[in-house]
Design a protein around this ligand. Sequence first.
Ligand code: F6P
Length: 322
Amino acid sequence: MKRIAVLTSGGDAPGMNGAIRSVVRTGINRGWEVFGVRRGYDGLINGDLKPIGSRDVSNILQLGGTILGSARSHEFETEEGRERALKALRKHNIEGIVIIGGNGSQRGAYTLTESGFPVVGVASTIDNDLYGADITIGVNTALNIALEAIDRLKVTASSHQRGILVEVMGRDCGYLALMAGIAGGAEVIIIPEIETAPDRVAKQLREAYEKGKPHALVVVAEGAKYNAERLARYFKDHYELGFELRVTILGYVQRGGTPDASDRLLATRLGAAATDCLARGEVGVLVGLIKNEIATTPLKVVATTKKPIDLSLWDLAQELAK
Ligand code: F6P
């Protein structure tokens, strides 16, 4: 292999830059040329790729976001878009590509694999919903940001004996909400994987109030049927909770953080593992951390399997909230 490319795709995640740096430097150390693709699959379709050197990735390890830029490409979902992308790769004599991203990005990676192009995926998304990785790049930082916000919200809520409804990201996956809820000491956690009736939440809040708790914390995943907005509206129309309720939607704040130590280390390890895979010809796979070891999983399996979340932690959260 002489020339490879690297791209970041989908929602940016803190640590993506560490993965880019690792791919670039370990690739160059093998004697390869590395090309950076701008703005994910959109950039690939438009042939927006150029050589990237070791010095170009200096001083980026600590930066959130992605220096290459990212996109959610609709064009790449079309046959024509994929053909254009392949044409750009051939034109630049690229022999393998590393795709850093989450679910949608790795589904895209799988379609490239299907057309015979050597691809290695790197597991990166704050949602932690990617099969083939116990923990993905960006999760830990996003979780810490959510927790910092929750800790602060609890302080002000306790001063007023209020209820706080915090919505965290995660698209259709409740991982971030569950973990932030447990680590933040939530009275109630609402995730898409478990249907939660608002009446039950109201009852739990009322009970917390009657027990004399200084505040009550509800952590809700954005993808839950009753997200923060719907829940707040429902309570306003139907209930006397005891607590006065305040809503905070954390949104993109969780994505733009400075990658913490574990995300930098994970990104560095996975980036190096990706060039290892390309070097030994193990392609069409995702590299991710499984049971604390670097593991590879076929992109076909990644693209077609839903990652479950550990619901025993949900039971634990219920027990601790009493
Ligand atoms: O995939 C990461 C994520 O931040 C999800 O948690 C969220 O639902 C989504 O991206 C938001 O996507 P966009 O950046 O396209 O608005």
